[in-house]
Design a protein around this ligand. Structure first.
Ligand SMILES: Nc1ncnc2c1ncn2[C@@H]1O[C@H](COP(=O)(O)OP(=O)(O)OP(=O)(O)O)[C@@H](O)[C@H]1O
Ligand SMILES: [Mg+2]
Length: 418
């Protein structure tokens, strides 16, 4: 006897279903009858198998695909079609037009291998980044250094609690990447974390500061390092109570989230960015997340130097866990070389400094292109994945999205004054 089941899903554009379809094909060799129907973004799988475990296994595999979401089955439309391996013609993100006026679209799989948006100040980087952010249909986060973007789902401070969910190395790396810790300060933080793990079920940035304060001063170096560290920690704590907590992060990314860092100190901006990237990376490694993170003024968060920052690690390993970075900077030479090497796609706006233009042109393997990089107009860019293409970025959508964001902020303000 065959056990029959109908499974229904909503599938994001550009979703790679090759693995799932291979499994369904494999089931056919196990005497299952399989049919697949795809209408727009609705995928319906009908399975009749000799064993229920095959049906359960199919369901489990589908649940593991981030760009697929299980939905309730409704009566299906049209007839069933046999399995094909490529259901989606990938269009990607259409960001502008080329010199012939044809649309230029970036396939999502390019972005999955990380991207950089480079250019001198005023060249159009943030406009391009925001356009991409608005159009991408995956969970997404923008770390907005200057607070210049408008979006309905925007917060201006984050309550850094529940740090126990990260391991000590991840927490210490986030502090070290943000605060220029001396060896002694690093040691004190390590000791405090050990204490907190034993004495507290849950702890956040305020608890860390409190524990550092209460630490016994057994020597002069200890006293000096402790107070120097405390001064840095106090700069990380936002002056107001933040209602948005770091544990809300993953679910808030579904509709896109912008974190406005502009009200933090420089140390605070770097720390919040680092701890958030670390937090999301841990979740991605636990297989519960796929997301794109846009980082404005990224040279502050992923600086060039000997130390490997939290974001450096995501540039090196994030892709395979489903975490993808789009770093935006006006100072390519101040950016970590990991980011330069591990970003497959570069969107290069005008670079007015000859040295910067030569450096970037060389890094994409077209050293002679530097003259073109210098002479690009505002809103023009060279898109470099394999062969460089000149693109005029379409900013219309950006204006509309910003306008929408502004409207929602205005209506929020209006409702406050009522
Ligand atoms: N594609 C575009 N089409 C038309 N105008 C654009 C385009 N991109 C940017 N601009 C205009 O150029 C100005 C600067 O843009 P933007 O803020 O995006 O630059 P930026 O490179 O991010 O600058 P900064 O380094 O100072 O942050 C804005 O006034 C914007 O309206
Ligand atoms: Mg900008």
């Amino acid at each position: 006897m065959l056990i029959c089941k109908k499974l229904c899903y909503k599938v994001n554009e550009g979703c790679d279903l090759t693995g799932a379809f291979s499994f369904l094909k494999f089931l056919m060799t196990k005497f299952c009858k399989v049919s697949v129907e795809l209408v727009k973004d609705k995928l319906i799988i009908k399975l009749c198998c000799p064993r229920s475990s095959y049906v359960n296994e199919t369901r489990a595999r589908m649940n593991l695909i981030d760009c697929v979401k299980g939905v309730r089955c409704v009566p299906s439309i049209g007839g069933l079609v046999p399995i094909r391996l490529t259901y989606f013609k990938e269009k990607g993100l259409c960001i502008g037009i080329d010199e012939k006026g044809s649309p230029v679209c970036i396939p999502i799989r390019w972005l999955e291998r990380h991207a950089l948006i480079l250019g001198s100040t005023g060249s159009g980087k943030s406009t391009t980044a925001f356009k991409m952010f608005s159009d991408i249909s995956f969970p997404k986060l923008m770390l907005d250094w200057h607070g210049e973007h408008h979006w309905p789902n925007k917060v201006d401070c984050v309550n850094i609690n529940h740090l126990e969910r990260l391991n000590d190395v991840e927490i210490l790396d986030s502090f070290a990447s943000s605060l220029n810790l001396s060896d002694a300060q690093y040691y004190i933080l390590m000791k405090v974390l050990q204490l907190l793990r034993v004495q507290r079920k849950s702890f956040g940035i305020r608890d860390i500061a409190f524990y550092v304060k209460s630490l016994e001063e057994t020597s002069r170096w200890m006293r000096e390092s402790k107070f120097a560290l405390l001064r840095k920690l106090e700069m990380l704590i936002h002056r107001k109570r933040c209602h948005f907590t770091i544990t809300n992060l993953a679910e808030s990314l579904e509709n896109g989230l912008i974190i406005d860092l502009s009200e933090y100190t420089e140390y605070g901006k770097r720390f919040v960015a680092n701890i958030i990237i670390s937090y999301l990376f841990t979740q991605a490694k636990n297989k519960s997340l796929k997301a794109f993170i846009f980082i404005e003024e990224a040279h502050n968060i992923i600086p060039r130097g000997d130390e490997v920052s939290v974001a450096d690690k995501v540039f090196m390993e994030g892709r395979k866990y489903g975490l993808h970075l789009i770093a935006i900077t006006q100072s390519p030479k101040a950016m970590s070389q990991n980011a330069m090497k591990n970003s497959a796609l570069k969107i290069i706006h005008a670079l007015r400094e000859v040295e910067d233009a030569k450096y970037v042109a060389e890094s994409i393997g077209y050293p002679e292109l530097w003259k073109e990089l210098i002479s690009l107009e505002v809103g023009e860019a060279i898109l470099a994945f394999r062969r460089p293409i000149r693109v005029l970025i379409d900013s219309k959508r950006h204006k509309r999205a910003s306008h929408l964001g502004r409207k929602s902020i205005q209506s929020k303000e209006a409702s406050h004054t009522r």
